[in-house]
Design a protein around this ligand. Structure first.
Ligand code: ZN
Length: 60
């Protein structure tokens, strides 16, 4: 899975903005207010992207 942008994309609403990344450790979405540890948020996005790829592969 390509991890590009996962660290600045909201795992709740999908909003992607550099401003979401408050610091190296803290993520806070400027759209919905969702706040989480930056690594946890990125991991959720990577997981979702991986599952989507797997579903696509199974359907093919
Ligand atoms: Zn959000």
């Amino acid at each position: 899975v390509n991890p590009a942008n996962t660290s600045r994309t909201c795992s709740r609403c999908g909003h992607c903005a550099a401003e979401n990344r408050v610091s190296q450790a803290v993520f806070r979405c400027t759209a919905c207010g969702h706040a989480a540890h930056a690594d946890v948020n990125a991991a959720r996005n990577i997981l979702r992207a991986g599952l989507a790829l797997r579903r696509a592969a199974q359907a093919a």
